[in-house]
Design a protein around this ligand. Structure first.
Ligand SMILES: C[S@@+](CC[C@H](N)C(=O)[O-])C[C@H]1O[C@@H](n2cnc3c(N)ncnc32)[C@H](O)[C@@H]1O
Length: 247
């Protein structure tokens, strides 16, 4: 998924309650962090405002462009704390290590095969300082999650355009993947200005699967939460939030 056309609308739909969680962790762990799949800088800029130096890596030039434009509007003290880089979370070499690496907003799920998940974990491990922390969150499938779903959301932009986003998801438990079709319709005064479709496929990862992979790749799992308020993860939790350490 390149986010080629949808990057400009990502923040419009992206209100999440994870920023305080990742910020607290970053302040505990030190003065720098690496965010993989930094996107529009939603989390990275919040960390930078708290005084953390962040390198944000992403493989989408479209998301990085939005992040860059947002950064330009920030104060110099914030701007100097964020470095954006284009790269693939499965194969990058930054030549430095970090006390904290984070992958917020279910971005690790973009690794839709076990091989890609192993590659990402191996790169993360290589870039973590001794005893460094790696934290990320995954979409969790609960017994109530339907095999397919369709939902529609609408938002108003600052330019008074109406953006209607429809998402169709379909799970395949044989391949442990979920396909995502995103349709965007943009209107101004009832007139259709733009219509586009984007497609992606993400992994469905169970707690057993991820804890086994993490252990094989040299991580110790410190906590598995069911939300960003640190409730214990349960089978019914819609999210899995993992905090790990380099072994
Ligand atoms: C759901 S968005 C999350 C953005 C941001 N982390 C946030 O919390 O708002 C996922 C991001 O991961 C990026 N991404 C997906 N696969 C990637 C890969 N293999 N390497 C680097 N970035 C990737 C996408 O381009 C996108 O910006």
């Amino acid at each position: 998924m390149t986010y080629r056309q949808s990057a400009k609308f990502y923040d419009l739909f992206g209100s999440k309650n994870d920023v305080e969680f990742y910020k607290d962790l970053a302040l505990q762990m030190g003065q720098s962090a690496l965010e993989l799949g930094v996107g529009t800088g939603r989390v990275a800029i919040a960390l930078a405002k708290a005084g953390i130096k962040v390198i944000g890596l992403d493989n989408s030039i479209h998301m990085l462009k939005v992040a860059g434009e947002k950064l330009e509007k920030e104060l110099p003290a914030v701007r100097k704390n964020v470095t954006l880089k284009r790269g693939d979370m499965r194969k990058f070499e930054l030549g430095q290590s970090f006390p904290l690496i984070i992958i917020p907003a279910s971005t690790f799920d973009h690794n839709n095969t076990i091989e890609k998940q192993q590659q990402t974990l191996s790169c993360v491990h290589k870039h973590l300082q001794e005893n460094g922390s790696f934290a990320f969150d995954l979409e969790a499938v609960t017994p109530e999650t339907p095999p397919a779903s369709w939902w529609i959301d609408r938002k108003q932009t600052k330019n008074d355009e109406l953006v209607v986003r429809s998402i169709f998801t379909r799970r395949n438990m044989a391949t442990r993947t979920c396909s995502l079709d995103l349709f965007f319709d943009v209107y101004n005064n009832g007139k259709l200005l733009e219509r586009f479709h984007e497609y992606g496929e993400v992994a469905i990862i169970s707690k057993d699967q991820i804890t086994r992979l993490l252990s094989e790749q040299g991580f110790k799992v410190e906590a598995v939460y069911g939300d960003f308020q640190k409730s214990n993860y349960q089978q019914t939790s819609p999210r899995m939030v993992l905090v790990t350490r380099k072994k």
